[in-house]
Design a protein. Sequence first.
Length: 280
Amino acid sequence: MKTTVPRILVAIAVLLGLLSTGLGKAMRPEKLHSRPMSAPSWSVESAPLDTNRLALVIGNSNYPDADSPVPQMIRDAEGLANALRKDSFLVDTVDNATRSDMTRAIDRLRARVRSNSIVLVYFGGFGVRSDGQNFLIPVDAKIWNEEDVRREGVSIDRLLSELKTSGARVRLVVIEASRRNPYERRFRTYSHGLAPIQTSENTLILSSATPGQVVEDSDEPHSQLMAALLAQMNSSKGIEEVFKSTRNAVAATTQGQQIPAVSSTLTENINLSEVSALLR
């Protein structure tokens, strides 16, 4: 006698199949989508942007080819970047920059410059004087003689020239690189500290020490120069007065052992906080 499966059993089997399919989909992991990389480095905090205020902040601490790191430079760069953002600057920060990193960052800065731009550039790290010129040293530099300095370093004179030709209205530069040459034992002859930095019109430069002077790093969170500069930036003074007050504060704190250099050809008074106050 032929037997047939009751309809109720068929219905149960179909229902179980549907449940199994649904559970399989629910438990299957979703396909992962990688997020695109974030746009490079330009960022702002605390204040609305003024796109005519541009800053490039480079802090180099870890030099594999030098005897020891300079950890304050990363902290100094971060402290200055945060202060500039509060004053509405569009800030590009680069830490432990190779030569390629530095040249690309300078190119990014120049591409954003307009005729009314106020541009500030900060470099903290090693600087080496060669043939009367000053060179900012990238972290990947391999230096055995003065020719290597000129080939692998970034010329301050060239940087200033590029900022001028970019058309920026005002150029502000802070150079914190007056340290003992870490490669001096490899050179036949060497000179301590940096050479005088020439300024073009409407340019203001603050260097961590007078030409030929060498600065010794301390164990404090910030260098003497940056601690004084950040304190002065909280005032309502014009930027030229801020730089001069920074110089005086460092000279007083170190009892004349370190005297920053200020060079100015500014033809107008620039107040870092006045624009951000209007924008808030």
